[in-house]
Design a protein around this ligand. Sequence first.
Ligand code: COA
Length: 373
Amino acid sequence: MHNVVISGTGLYTPANSISNEELVQSYNTWAQQFNAENAEAIERGELQAATESSAAFIEKASGIKSRFVMDKAGILDPQRMKPRLPERSNDEPSILCEMAVAAAKQALERAGKTAADIDAVIVACSNLPRAYPALAVEVQQALGIQGFGFDMNVACSSATFGIQTACNSVQLGQARAVLVVDPEICTGHLNFRDRDSHFIFGDACTAVVVERADLATSKHQFDVVSTKLLTQFSNNIRNNFGFLNRAAEEGIGQPDKLFVQEGRKVFREVCPMVAELIGAHLAENDIQVSDVKRFWLHQANLSMNHLIVRKLLGREASVQEAPVILDTYANTSSAGSVIAFHTYQDDLPKGALGVLSSFGAGYSIGSVILRKR
Ligand code: COA
């Protein structure tokens, strides 16, 4: 069994950002139009009036102030309220592939590796662009990587599940190094006409090089001390989009074919599960919670992260201990915890311990214990 390190990380951030104020202005314009157009049906009680959204609520309830997006104009157009991302020919790189390549190149550079050093590509994310060919194989070709590639989806936990899968391959000698990429266009599955959730997501892509410790040369290495995963079925975060939709025409275009959640229930149920899993994982590795210098947590809701770390540490965590990126990125699904890891790692001293943790639909939870080399 080979020892494994994460030797480089990369991040692609879209050029445009939408503030809460801009998003709410667009939503409220749509809500007013909807109410005016449907005034009679609303009056007769056949339709429910749309209630206006508020930027102050969004920041207070979630900690989110803005989000990066792949297409700002389409989302903010009250007549459209979804990104406009034109189809591309089969001969052009897909948009998710472009994001993946940008993040991957940075991860390779930080790892001091080239395509020739990588034996596998795992694309791990919440939403894939098509049924096949696998996006990972397209990314593999775009980067000139030999070996194999495949896609996997465990919603917001895709990155940590991908990292564990990559670690297994490297430990077993099936690959010297594996590139794990998490391209997320979450705005593609977000219902911008749903007041409860229209503010939740943003777009981004992260990449991680997982490689054999004895081959790693970069200055950005973390030992992968241990990984631990957990899933437990829940309908509280769900998206029914799928290949059988066309076989049930009555459901096409319905709101359940986009992201839907019971936010309160998710909050209540997931926080204790995450704290318990990380606590148990550290205990299994004879690590005291107080020895962990940094928690790179999934970035969905600031209060969730505060609660999880409070449960673990028995006190409030500082922003150095549990860094926040959701204020400017919102929830970028699987990319979120890796953005935090990528952005807040270089200051850690040799030997410092950290936990990278994701949580989300499934439910799915991942914990990766890392030690700075
Ligand atoms: N603007 C203004 N008011 C709003 C609003 C909006 N956009 N959306 C909801 N409200 C109102 C509700 O109508 C409700 O009003 P009421 O108390 O009069 O009934 C009130 O605000 C509280 O709504 P609620 O949905 O219970 O808010 P919340 O405090 O639970 O926050 C979330 C909502 C989504 C931010 C929060 O539940 C959350 O983040 N949950 C976890 C989500 C998560 O991590 N998901 C993982 C996805 S991968």
